[in-house]
Design a protein around this ligand. Structure first.
Ligand SMILES: *[C@@H]1O[C@H](CO)[C@@H](O)[C@H](O)[C@H]1NC(C)=O
Ligand SMILES: *[C@@H]1O[C@H](CO)[C@@H](O)[C@H](O)[C@H]1NC(C)=O
Ligand SMILES: *[C@@H]1O[C@H](CO)[C@@H](O)[C@H](O)[C@H]1NC(C)=O
Ligand SMILES: *[C@@H]1O[C@H](CO)[C@@H](O)[C@H](O)[C@H]1NC(C)=O
Ligand SMILES: *[C@@H]1O[C@H](CO)[C@@H](O)[C@H](O)[C@H]1NC(C)=O
Ligand SMILES: *[C@@H]1O[C@H](CO)[C@@H](O)[C@H](O)[C@H]1NC(C)=O
Ligand SMILES: *[C@@H]1O[C@H](CO)[C@@H](O)[C@H](O)[C@H]1NC(C)=O
Ligand SMILES: *[C@@H]1O[C@H](CO)[C@@H](O)[C@H](O)[C@H]1NC(C)=O
Ligand SMILES: *[C@@H]1O[C@H](CO)[C@@H](O)[C@H](O)[C@H]1NC(C)=O
Ligand SMILES: *[C@@H]1O[C@H](CO)[C@@H](O)[C@H](O)[C@H]1NC(C)=O
Ligand SMILES: *[C@@H]1O[C@H](CO)[C@@H](O)[C@H](O)[C@H]1NC(C)=O
Ligand SMILES: *[C@@H]1O[C@H](CO)[C@@H](O)[C@H](O)[C@H]1NC(C)=O
Length: 622
């Protein structure tokens, strides 16, 4: 009895499996199988053909023999469950490389509804006019796949199309024009032609395509005035016309039911005000208006856009007060920089707890860096450049442990550079230039930051030094004088102290005592900036000492601190008075010396011959 039940159960199981398998995988039609196979054979597989990191050669698993010869089972192929016809082909990111033309067997797949070949390399072929034969096509995606030339008129005949994505190919849409191409595509919902050269006005006909949900026309050379009717398309959720520099336009009055989620107009010539009715865009999550010509004050209704995650209004001519944006609790990116606001502080900023990126440069902010920023623990990037912020760099800055980039340049900040910067391990860029910071900065603070690639400290009253040379510095230190090493500073100062200054020590009336200007304390303590001293720009080591005609009076012996300057390449001590002392043979141990000048300097005795053996010496003047 039990056996029988098990047997029945397993039959039942088997039945289900067979049934489900036959219903999702009908048998492929012979002619379509061979068309697909020929299509595959017309390409080579090249890893350079696809950019996506998850790309792999889908066609590599296709087989003509054995169990998987049914093309409906092939990776990327989809068949109609009823008829068995191939209705979908998705070979996006499949390493396909090669040319394609109207003779391609692809165009024998007359039932295709979806053709996705994005992210392959079609070797700058034209889009074959035979594409017009695929009259069932609903979705065509040739994004980033190296097609070139004019987009064929035949695409305009694919009246079933709901999605067309030809972005990021060096394509043209001149003849036919954008208007001609889309005028009969009445079902089109997604239209993506970014980076295609269109070079025309935006056709009014777009506003008559009621199914449009997204329009992506970034960097298409569009000009003229943007048809305002497009904003009123009832289903439009995403509009991007980024970086069409000569495209003008205005924002309309927005109605309450407007479903816009994404609005990107940056880098165009849109102008005028943000209408108060922008507050009606209750679904808006992405508002990117950087670098246009917008003006006027920001409407208080911005605070009603509670779904916003990104708000970029920088580089416009907005003025007046900035309304409180405290209610925009989803914001991760906020940029208001370089406008003409006269709001001197932003007391609400600490409420935006999800902020990751904050750019408030050049907007006339006053006062101290707001302590409420300490609440923004997600901040990775923030810039306050070009404001009037005063006070010290606050110690709570170190609470922002996610920071990778901070720019406080061109403010009025005072006091020292806090050594706790070294705790912000993720920092890549630090900008503190053009402030009123004072004190000595121990470079070790920054050298501990292993990700640091940029550091700007110029135009402050800072002195810098490296106390330790165990680090190999690959960070760029813009505008820095090379930094002096502690041990070399002390060697030089001892050397200075072993002489007196004697007006009679030199015959040249224009001479002056260079060493007198050397300072050990305060602002001038970087020996690399001392008169007569040359440091290596990379390592900061002293490589040149030129005290020619410096009124030095005294003697040099083998114990002189001079010999601790082991990196010296040039030693010029001519026209001083060394009081008939012997030339120390230890000069012959300065193995880097290329040039040595001891002329007119009142040495006596034997010349140490080991100096002749210095491996790099090129110039010797006695
Ligand atoms: C790519 O195109 C060039 C020029 O049209 C042609 O010579 C070459 O054979 C093509 N390469 C492939 C793999 O189709
Ligand atoms: C298509 O094939 C035909 C016949 O093989 C040939 O004459 C024609 O030049 C081909 N067309 C293209 C665009 O390669
Ligand atoms: C495309 O359709 C035309 C007209 O229906 C036909 O003459 C032509 O052979 C078709 N081309 C291909 C590649 O199937
Ligand atoms: C987009 O077009 C610009 C030139 O207008 C070109 O420099 C850029 O490489 C293109 N980008 C892509 C992804 O094709
Ligand atoms: C669009 O459809 C109209 C009417 O059917 C037709 O006259 C016109 O030629 C079509 N335009 C294109 C570009 O296919
Ligand atoms: C275009 O296709 C690419 C690749 O499939 C996709 O990532 C992108 O989101 C598509 N663009 C639009 C606007 O649908
Ligand atoms: C914008 O228009 C100016 C003046 O007509 C022209 O010089 C410039 O090339 C245009 N820019 C683009 C991106 O088309
Ligand atoms: C925000 O929306 C509410 C409800 O629609 C409305 O009463 C209020 O006036 C709006 N606030 C602003 C500042 O526009
Ligand atoms: C910082 O966060 C705390 C705790 O969430 C809150 O009480 C305080 O008001 C916030 N400070 C500011 C300035 O937003
Ligand atoms: C910074 O973090 C410390 C330790 O977590 C905390 O005690 C302090 O209140 C924080 N500072 C600010 C201004 O939030
Ligand atoms: C610094 O850069 C050089 C040359 O680019 C490289 O060889 C060296 O490994 C780098 N050092 C560190 C510590 O990154
Ligand atoms: C050394 O200094 C003297 C006087 O300051 C100057 O005339 C001479 O050019 C300098 N020599 C070198 C090699 O820099």
């Amino acid at each position: 009895m039990l056996m029988r039940l098990l047997f029945l159960l397993s039959c039942f199981h088997l039945f289900i499996l067979t049934n489900s398998s036959s219903s999702t995988h009908p048998l492929c039609h012979e002619d379509e199988s061979s068309a697909l196979w020929q299509f595959k054979e017309s390409f080579s597989i090249s890893e350079h053909a696809s950019d996506d990191p998850s790309a792999y050669p889908k066609v590599a698993s296709w087989k003509l023999q054995g169990e998987s010869n049914n093309c409906c089972l092939w990776d990327g192929v989809e068949c109609d469950e009823g008829t068995g016809h191939v209705i979908g082909l998705d070979l996006s990111s499949s390493f396909l490389y090669g040319s394609i033309n109207s003779n391609s067997s692809l165009f024998r797949l007359a039932h295709l509804q979806r053709l996705h070949l994005a992210d392959n390399d079609f070797n700058y072929s034209q889009i074959p006019p035979a594409i017009g034969n695929l009259s069932e096509l609903r979705s065509l995606n040739l994004f980033l796949s190296s097609f070139r030339g004019q987009i064929p008129l035949e695409i305009s005949m694919l009246t079933q199309l709901t999605s067309l994505n030809l972005s990021f190919n060096p394509l043209k849409l001149h003849k036919p024009s954008l208007g001609t191409l889309v005028q009969n595509l009445t079902r089109i919902s997604e239209l993506s032609l970014s980076n295609v050269s269109i070079s025309s006005e935006v056709p009014d006909v777009l506003a008559n395509l009621p199914s449009l949900t997204s329009i992506f026309l970034k960097n298409c050379g569009l000009h003229g005035e943007f048809p305002i009717g497009i904003f009123h398309l009832r289903k439009l959720q995403a509009l991007s016309v980024l970086f069409n520099q000569n495209l003008t336009g205005y924002l309309p009055e927005f109605h309450q039911s407007n479903p816009l989620k994404i609005l990107k107009l940056a880098g165009t010539s849109f102008s005028g005000k943000l209408p108060s009715s922008i507050g009606n865009l209750s679904s808006l999550s992405y508002l990117y208006l950087s670098g246009c010509y917008f003006s006027g004050s920001l409407p208080a209704s911005l605070s009603n856009l509670t779904q916003l995650t990104l708000l970029y209004l920088d580089h416009n001519s907005f003025n007046g007060q900035i309304p409180s944006l405290a209610s925009l609790s989803q914001l991760t990116s906020l940029s208001l920089s370089f406008n003409e606001f006269n709001q001197r502080t932003l007391p609400w900023i600490g409420k935006l707890k999800k902020l990751f990126e904050l750019d408030l440069g050049g907007i006339n902010l006053y006062g101290e860096i707001p302590v409420s920023l300490a609440n923004l623990t997600q901040l990775a990037y923030f810039s306050f450049i070009d404001n009037n912020l005063a006070g010290q760099i606050p110690s709570w800055l170190m609470n922002l442990t996610q920071l990778t980039e901070i720019d406080l340049s061109s403010n009025q900040l005072q006091g020292p550079v806090p050594s706790s910067f070294s705790e912000l391990k993720n920092l890549e860029i630090i900008g503190l230039a053009e402030n009123k910071l004072i004190g000595t900065v121990d470079m070790d603070i920054f050298l501990k930051l292993k990700n640091l690639v940029g550091l700007q400290l110029s135009d402050n009253n800072l002195s810098l030094h490296i106390s330790n040379n165990n680090y190999s510095i690959n960070a760029t230190l813009p505008k820095f004088e090379p930094l002096c090493h502690d041990d070399e500073i002390s060697a030089l100062s001892q050397f200075k102290q072993s002489f007196s200054i004697n007006r009679r020590a030199s015959d040249d009336p224009s001479t002056y005592p260079k060493v007198v200007l050397w300072k050990l304390q305060g602002e001038g303590n970087d020996c690399c900036s001392w008169d007569g001293i040359e440091c290596d720009e990379g390592t900061g080591h002293v490589i040149g000492l030129n005290l020619t005609s410096s009124l030095l009076y005294g003697s040099i012996n083998s114990n002189s601190s001079l010999f601790r300057l082991v990196h010296l390449q040039r030693l010029h001590l001519a026209d001083n008075h060394f009081n008939y002392s012997q030339i120390p043979s230890r000069i012959g141990h300065l193995l880097e010396l290329r040039s040595l000048d001891l002329s007119y300097s009142v040495f006596s005795g034997q010349f140490p011959t080991n100096i002749f053996h210095l491996p790099k010496l090129q110039v010797l003047s006695l």
